[in-house]
Design a protein around this ligand. Structure first.
Ligand SMILES: NC(=O)c1ccc[n+]([C@@H]2O[C@H](COP(=O)([O-])OP(=O)(O)OC[C@H]3O[C@@H](n4cnc5c(N)ncnc54)[C@H](OP(=O)(O)O)[C@@H]3O)[C@@H](O)[C@H]2O)c1
Length: 301
């Protein structure tokens, strides 16, 4: 099958509460500019819209976004709304709250619990929805998150949010949130280049509890917000990634995504791109089958 024809469903599915998603999804952060948060040059609007529509055509039904993904000229949520509304049945849009930026783009302090309703309503307005499918509380550091998560649990009770997740959290924070309301996913930084034994254990623990683990920077790795640069060269895994990519006749970015998906059936990929060619390639990673030997090679860097 040609790369352009491989659908997101080839990666299999996972349930986020009562919602089912293909494990290969899409991250909207790169739609507004090449670097994260639209720093640097804004991307072409028509291209961003066509990337979103193509993603859905390829079966992507899990899109990750945030109201704070904007550049001087583009807003990820506005692009999603313009490209995809009226939204197709089964499309799950996940957003995150906690961080915020003022209109000029400067970062604000972490929202206080009482400010989370406003952030949720901002997402509703921008996306043009009457409720949000999935809202992640994005934490800053290892401190308590109970008061914040409790505020979101209240908004869930009020019908503004269907499911809750947590992002950039430690296991203790997940447990704290779970004591308040069900948690369907953990969205943490995790890549071939950047994962500790403790992080590996956390991924496993999420799976054991039926919680999706949604890594970000799976391709960008140590490039983080600055972007992928050379996905075959970035970080300590570069050489092994190149070797495995050559053996399978796929790209280094596809190996990085395939490695992510091979971590467990509960692991969901949300690669971010504003590039149509990269989108097709990333979705096609859903069908890349790594062998135990490949996984060992990639892990033994
Ligand atoms: N919870 C959080 O705190 C948090 C933090 C960061 C991100 N996120 C979410 O996670 C998503 C994924 O993170 P991300 O977008 O930063 O990182 P990523 O998917 O790991 O990598 C994106 C970077 O890789 C490049 N890229 C994408 N596909 C490629 C390909 N096939 N070949 C070569 N380069 C490729 C992109 O450039 P091009 O655009 O030019 O393709 C961009 O520079 C975000 O979009 C966002 O939704 C969440």
């Amino acid at each position: 099958m040609a790369a352009a024809e491989i659908p997101a469903a080839a990666a299999g599915r996972w349930r986020l509460g009562d919602l089912t998603v293909n494990r290969l999804g899409f991250g909207a952060m790169r739609l507004t500019g090449r670097a994260a948060f639209g720093l640097g040059q804004s991307r072409d609007r028509g291209q961003a819209i066509s990337v979103l529509r193509r993603a859905v055509d390829l079966g992507v039904n899990h899109i990750d976004t945030a109201a704070f993904y904007f550049s001087p000229l583009r807003s990820a949520n506005e692009l999603i709304n313009s490209a995809l509304a009226p939204y197709p049945d089964g499309l799950i849009i996940a957003t995150k709250v906690g961080p915020g930026r003022d209109p000029s783009g400067e970062w604000l302090p972490w929202a206080r619990p009482g400010q989370l309703r406003g952030q949720v309503e901002e997402n509703l307005r921008q996306l043009g929805r009457d409720h949000l499918d999935l809202v992640n509380l994005r934490a800053y550091g290892p401190g308590p998150i109970g008061e914040h998560f409790g505020a979101l649990a209240g908004l869930r009770q009020a019908g503004l949010i269907r499911h809750l997740g947590v992002s950039s959290v430690w296991p203790e924070q997940l447990a704290e949130a779970q004591a308040i309301a069900p948690v369907v996913c953990v969205q943490n930084r995790f890549s071939l280049d950047e994962h500790s034994a403790a992080a590996d254990e956390f991924v496993r623990a999420c799976g054991e509890q039926g919680i999706a683990f949604v890594p970000y920077f799976a391709i960008a790795g140590t490039g983080r917000e600055a972007g992928a640069g050379d996905p075959g060269g970035a970080g300590g895994a570069g050489g092994a990634v190149e070797r495995v990519a050559r053996a399978h006749g796929v790209s280094p970015a596809q190996v990085r995504l395939a490695w992510t998906l091979h971590l467990g059936p509960h692991v969901l990929a949300i690669p971010g791109t504003g590039d149509p060619g990269h989108l097709t390639e990333n979705v096609a990673a859903a069908a890349v089958q790594l062998t135990p030997g490949d996984m060992a090679q990639l892990s033994a860097r």
